[in-house]
Design a protein around this ligand. Sequence first.
Ligand code: 13P
Ligand code: SF4
Length: 339
Amino acid sequence: MSTTSVSLSDQDIEEEAERLYSELKNVGWTYEDCAIIAPLTLEINQIKKEKNAIILAHSYVTPDIIFGVADFSGDSLGLSKKAAETDADMIVFAGVVFMAETAKILSPDKTVVVPDIEAGCSLADGITAEDVRKLKEKYPGIPVVAYVNTTAAVKAEADVCVTSANVEKIVSKLDSDKIIFIPDKNMANYLRTVTDKEIIDYDATCVVHDNINPDSIEIARERFGEVVILAHSECPPDVLDKVDLVEGTSGMKKYIEEHPEAKRIMLATECGLADRFSVEFPDREFIGSCVMCPYMKRNELRKVLKALKNPDPEQIIQIPEDIRIKAKKSLDKMFELGQ
Ligand code: 13P
Ligand code: SF4
């Protein structure tokens, strides 16, 4: 018998361990590992039902969260759409704080909680609303395009938000030859290669993607021979120049689904994505990167349970209403132009 607040029999735990093992064995988990977390995933899934809550998880969080308790896992765009359309009363966001803020901006009547309020993001932390106001003063009348990896206060200063999944489409559609793109310098550089816009950039980067070594791409090609290499658009130009396809995480998944002939795939992005895809596409071989997002990995099952069951005040996302309304306009514009 277990020590959780829900009553569990040995059979319940065995069945849950089997369910977890059927997926997590693909990323090296043993049955015993799964049996250890089974009471926790059962308790989380039970409380989720009682509270009419859903758990949204970004693809970079650990596979026990993605396959054990998440109702939906995906990229920033997919998660924000789920947050906007859910009829749950509560959203537990296993990702980073700007993503949970986006959920709250779109679903203000729901309780949005995070497992760990310290789950930041070097991009979101790299620019303030005051910085954006200064840029607007310096370049009056130039539209401000904010990557979704920004705080609510920064989104509130922007004209439109974008994610890695729609950035190229939205920037190309804007009725201006010149744009201010914040805050990712690498993504701004990428946009210069795929659009004809003049881009005023900002000097922030993702600590994960900016540290992907271009040599690792060449080494992988030499070592693995036939390999398709996909890179996230947050990577530096000397990485993007060497790869086969530049995409966000959902674009990478789409490529894999549409190309069953690609048997060996290298993912130049956060290491967790290779784990997720190894479970979902067991007939392929994934070569991940050695870079881990320290913020995404702050999410753990025990913290998910705490946030769901009895959140501390700092785990509950709050956004001043004036900022929320302005930030929502930038997100609404993204949904409109991203069609
Ligand atoms: P995606 O929207 O492509 O999943 O990217 C989010 C992110 O934080 C990448 O580092
Ligand atoms: Fe932010 Fe980079 Fe982590 Fe994504 S991977 S959440 S951009 S620090």
